[in-house]
Design a protein around this ligand. Structure first.
Ligand code: SAH
Length: 232
């Protein structure tokens, strides 16, 4: 006799759990190895941060429009950059530890701030566009993340009140890493930022502050929206 079919009451959120788990499997296959990053990427429901018309693309490895000409970075780039942050000198050989205070420049829809809240004790995220700052506030409200602080302002000058930071991450690319970020970085801290490269493109730049001073490395090419000054 055929077994009675099991009726699984699949809520949309359970369905998204499975798609998100596949996204995390792909990240692992692409080389993301830090379990802190993989856990954070599995925890945050990316589909809650994109427009309802784009929900079925939320777990593809693609950047998506979030309004006002801006984009949410693709998951592999978010994971890569956060994995780099967790390689900060202060956390070297501390595979289970969280970062301390993190400053994010470019809140956008708030997705990356939510991911960061899983790997850091406090997240200060600054956005220059009021419309997106407000959208991020609305998106993040249901998650009740008490350690995420959303700020409206020009991130080019950093956010001195939260300094010094264990890590600074930029989601928009400028000509160079602003002086203010270097000044607000703790000893043992790390900056990960897309920055203009000599060939006119953009590359990820990592700056560490060690007891010996600043150490800068240029990594792979990337494509981010431009870092702009002032608020709008
Ligand atoms: N981390 C975001 C990605 C947003 S895209 C997310 O998860 O959705 C980058 C954002 O940086 C845009 O919203 C843009 O408005 C913002 N931005 C650009 N220059 C900035 C500046 N000087 N200060 C703060 N935000 C800035």
């Amino acid at each position: 006799m055929p077994a009675k079919p099991v009726v699984v009451n699949q809520t949309p959120s359970m369905a998204s759990d499975a798609v998100r788990a596949r996204m995390v499997q792909r990240l692992t296959a692409q080389g993301v190895a830090d379990v802190r990053v993989l856990r954070a990427m599995s925890a945050v429901e990316r589909h809650r941060f994109v427009d309802s018309a784009l929900v079925n693309q939320a777990y593809e490895d693609t950047s998506l429009p979030i309004g006002l000409g801006q984009t949410i970075s693709k998951p592999s780039v978010v994971a890569r950059m956060i994995e780099l942050l967790l390689g900060a000198p202060a956390l070297a050989n501390k595979p289970g530890d969280r970062l301390g205070r993190v400053l994010e420049i470019g809140t956008g829809c708030g997705y990356q701030a939510a991911v960061l809240s899983h790997v850091a004790t406090e997240v200060y995220s600054i956005e220059r566009l009021r419309g997106l700052h407000e959208r991020a506030r609305t998106n993040l409200r249901p998650f009740r993340l008490a350690t995420v602080h959303l700020l409206l302002g020009d991130g080019m000058v950093g956010y001195a009140k939260g300094a010094p930071y264990a890590a600074i991450i930029a989601a928009a690319g400028g000509e160079a890493v602003p002086e203010a970020w270097l000044a607000q970085l703790a000893v043992g801290g790390r900056i990960v930022a897309p920055t203009q490269s000599s060939n006119g493109g953009q590359a990820l730049v990592v700056v560490d502050r060690t007891a010996r001073g600043l150490e800068r490395r240029v990594l792979e090419a990337v494509h981010f929206v431009p870092l702009k000054s002032g608020i709008a």
